[in-house]
Design a protein around this ligand. Structure first.
Ligand SMILES: [Zn+2]
Length: 362
């Protein structure tokens, strides 16, 4: 009855493969990284005989989350992979009044939103849990989808307001996200820069560095979910912004009348310093933090993020936090140093070789 979470290697992106164990096991995929991660996921599915996804979540339109899903659906046609349902906010979900189908088709082509076409071509039930409307929170209530009496997914974000804010700039955001028609900008390993820490390591300065909230519209539109399966609880933060996520988690704790306990938190936006604040850390009780990034393109995770996690737990006392990296990189290697770990008080898990990291809960 446990939950298994694999943080697949997805370059600068996210690809989280989740298995809910039990009499009726369920497979959930959250995001697909870049195209080559999509290829790798297709191979994993072929090797393991996975022919059905119970739920596919594409958190938002950024290329490092969506492109691998497009590739996966290309690689594995409907005859090889059934998708029971998808949660994804397309252009049609951004406005209070949905466009008519003709208009939608035109926009789909205009925006090059191949995922929408793929969803239609495969007849995948789209945002079924939200009556085919936006996968978003409208007002105070948190939408919940139950797999069984002991297995549920709660949608934490975005809000319908955050989605609507994206509408006027959808085309521009799509362009930025790299999903306009034509060839996406080529990224090869040789074009990537290895970012590494420069200068002295000053833990206190990093931990207390001023927090600057991420305001990127596409990130604000990220789908954030809390998955609870038996005793196992995991929170998947997409690329969400810290301030809105903090208030949503505080509201959820208030609704439930108890502090929010989470076994594992997929930290938003690859561990960027602009997406993890002390307030966000304080809004939940958690000891396992997953960070998904090779560090190669944007230098994620930021040292400030890791220092905040460690400082938060040093102040709390209690069990040491464990930080799960899906790459051993120039960014993460210094944080694996035994002296640093024991003097500051935290643990790390990194992949063996070039594989993913897998956490088992419950
Ligand atoms: Zn991202």
């Amino acid at each position: 009855m446990g939950m298994q979470i694999e943080a697949l290697q997805a370059d600068e992106g996210d690809a989280l493969l989740i298995t809910l164990e039990g009499d009726v096991p369920r497979t959930i995929l959250i995001d697909g990284g870049l195209a080559r991660t999509g290829e790798a996921i297709a191979q994993i599915f072929r090797d393991r005989g996975v022919v059905k996804l119970d739920l596919l979540i594409v958190t938002h339109i950024d290329r490092d989350h969506i492109e691998g899903i497009l590739k996966l659906l290309d690689e594995l046609p409907a005859s090889m992979l059934t998708v029971d349902q998808i949660w994804f906010n397309g252009y049609r979900h951004l406005r209070a009044t949905p466009p008519n189908p003709g208009e939608l088709g035109e926009h789909g082509a205009l925006m090059g939103n191949r995922l929408e076409s793929s969803i239609y071509a495969r007849s995948i039930p789209w945002n079924k849990a939200f009556s085919h409307g936006p996968a978003a929170r409208n007002g105070k209530t948190f939408p919940v989808m139950w797999f069984s009496d002991t297995s549920r997914i709660t949608l934490i974000g975005p809000t319908t307001l955050q989605l609507e804010a994206l509408a006027p700039s959808w085309e521009k955001e799509c362009e930025k996200a790299g999903i306009v028609p034509g060839q996406p900008p080529a990224i090869s390993d040789s074009t990537l820069v290895q970012h590494s820490s420069s200068g002295e390591f000053d833990f206190d300065a990093l931990a207390s560095a001023e927090f600057k909230n991420d305001h990127a519209l596409a990130n604000l539109s990220s789908i954030v979910v809390l998955i609870e399966h038996g005793a196992a609880v995991a929170l998947f933060g997409g690329d969400a912004c810290a301030r809105s996520l903090t208030s949503a988690l505080e509201e959820l704790a208030a609704e439930r009348g108890a502090p929010l306990h989470v076994d594992l938190f997929k930290v938003p936006h690859h561990g960027s310093a602009s997406n993890l604040s002390m307030e966000l850390l304080t809004s939940l009780q958690c000891t396992n933090y997953v960070i998904s990034s090779s560090g190669a393109r944007f230098g994620h995770p930021d040292d400030e993020t890791l220092a905040r996690i460690v400082a938060h737990h040093r102040a709390l006392g209690g069990p040491l936090p464990t930080i799960w990296f899906n790459y051993l990189s120039a960014r993460t290697r210094p944080w694996c140093d035994q002296d640093r770990k024991s003097s500051l008080g935290y643990e790390v898990v990194v992949p063996e070789g070039t594989g993913s990291v897998t956490a088992r809960l419950g």
